[in-house]
Design a protein around this ligand. Structure first.
Ligand SMILES: Cc1cc2nc3c(=O)[nH]c(=O)nc-3n(C[C@H](O)[C@H](O)[C@H](O)COP(=O)(O)O)c2cc1C
Length: 400
């Protein structure tokens, strides 16, 4: 068995996660939707962007610190909300939150997490953001937001790109659902992963009992494992910008709208009080014909014109991807799977390892580009072949 110390990049951590997790859980975190075109396209769009090195710059003071939404972050990165992180590792959300705190970056807790927001706030010292999926029963959602307020979460991240769910057929094939359905296939899958059975499921059973959605209101807090047939809160499919305005009024802290791919939606988010937006196609997990997030970014940055913080996610697997997103105008990136693979492979230490890898790769990329500060990551790092906005390229003084 290869330990995380022998994982030299995010792809290695992914392979380690694949070995550890039952197939149903691994594919749930790893794969995209429908034909997985958006998933592949997110990566292909990054790989198309080519950079030009700049040499013989003094790099002794190179640092990755940024001001992110008014507070310091050790790099332009936050951990994205990912439901069921707590099934990848025992109390996986807490492990991610602690890893983020140790790395000096924010952590976003998902509505559908297994560890309660109060426990996270109590035990993780760092910057904490809470992600909201609005439920049909709005009063329940507002109770959730009130709890996040009371627990001292710094930012509310409202996800707006997943109202009607998604098409992920492999989950059906794997017999995987939340709550788990008891089927011969899912039982065999778990039995084939004894290490996961003991270190994740077994540990819950020995401590707090079967894992459940601890943030859900009591009547929906069923067992996630083997609790099939129980009622789940239904997502609000009638949500509009007016709801965003109301949430903004209710939430005293920083307010972020996640899942924007159009400049006009970015402007509406700002009009309704957003301090930040996340340019995201949900990591290729929702609309399979979606534009790659990185291709949508430049027009949104141009429209926002500095009036809000622009966060970016979908497809970040290398530090050079972070450099590219920043050069195209993002203030910071979020990572979903990169740290999930880490936490699945090795708990908190695995998540810390993922963050360390990304930071080290970002620093090396900056060094190749002759940048000592992330503010120096501007469009002139791109070679002419890059599909960045034509206007941007034409105004560059340094193009040969
Ligand atoms: C397993 C998994 C669960 C996720 N759950 C949520 C969620 O509950 N809420 C949300 O806003 N986004 C969720 N996302 C999307 C992430 O926040 C983020 O947009 C995406 O993972 C970014 O792409 P990346 O994984 O390539 O970094 C989830 C992603 C994954 C992989």
């Amino acid at each position: 068995m290869v330990g995380i110390d022998h994982c030299y990049n995010i792809a290695d951590l992914r392979r380690a996660a694949k070995r550890r997790l039952p197939k149903g859980i691994f594919e749930y975190i790893d794969r995209g939707s429908e034909d997985e075109v958006a998933l592949a396209h997110n990566r292909a769009a990054f790989d198309r962007l080519k950079l030009k090195t700049r040499v013989l710059e003094d790099l002794r003071d190179l640092n990755t610190d940024v001001d992110l939404l008014g507070d310091a972050s050790a790099m332009p990165l936050a951990i994205a909300p990912t439901g069921i992180a707590g099934l990848c590792s025992y109390e996986g959300e807490l492990a991610l939150a602690k890893a983020a705190a140790n790395a000096g970056v924010p952590f976003t807790l998902a509505t559908g997490s297994i560890t309660s927001m109060e426990k996270i706030a109590e035990q993780a010292r760092g910057r904490l953001w809470f992600q909201l999926y609005m439920w049909q029963d709005e009063a329940l959602s507002y109770q959730l937001v009130q709890r996040a307020k009371d627990a001292g979460f710094e930012a509310l991240v409202v996800t707006v790109d997943a109202a009607l769910g998604n098409n992920r057929e492999y989950n059906q094939r794997n017999g995987f659902s939340i709550p788990f359905k008891v089927s011969a296939r899912s039982i065999i899958d778990m039995l084939r992963h004894p290490r996961w059975m003991v270190s994740v499921l077994g540990r819950y059973l020995a401590t707090s009992g079967m894992p459940r959605h601890e943030n859900y209101p009591a009547r929906y807090q069923h067992r996630i494992a083997f609790g099939s047939g129980q009622a789940k809160p239904v997502r609000q499919s009638g949500m509009t910008w007016a709801d965003i305005g109301r949430l903004r009024e209710f939430w005293p802290g920083k307010f972020i709208v996640k899942g924007i791919l159009r400049p006009e939606d970015a402007l509406l988010a700002i009009e309704h009080g957003a301090d930040g937006i996340v340019v995201s196609n949900h990591g290729g997990r929702n609309l399979d014909s979606s534009v790659a997030s990185i291709d949508a970014l430049p027009d949104i940055v141009a429209a926002v014109a500095g009036r809000a913080t622009v966060l970016f996610d979908s497809g970040i697997r290398r530090g050079s991807d972070i450099a590219k997103a920043l050069a195209l105008g993002a203030d910071s990136v979020l990572v979903g799977r990169a740290t999930l693979y880490g936490v699945a492979a090795g708990g908190q230490r695995g998540a810390e390892h993922a963050l360390k890898i990304l930071r080290s790769e970002l620093r090396k990329t900056m060094a190749y580009l002759g940048c000592t500060d992330v503010s120096e990551l501007t469009p002139d790092i791109f070679a002419k072949t890059a599909p960045v906005r034509r206007e941007t390229i034409e105004t560059l003084p340094s193009q040969e």
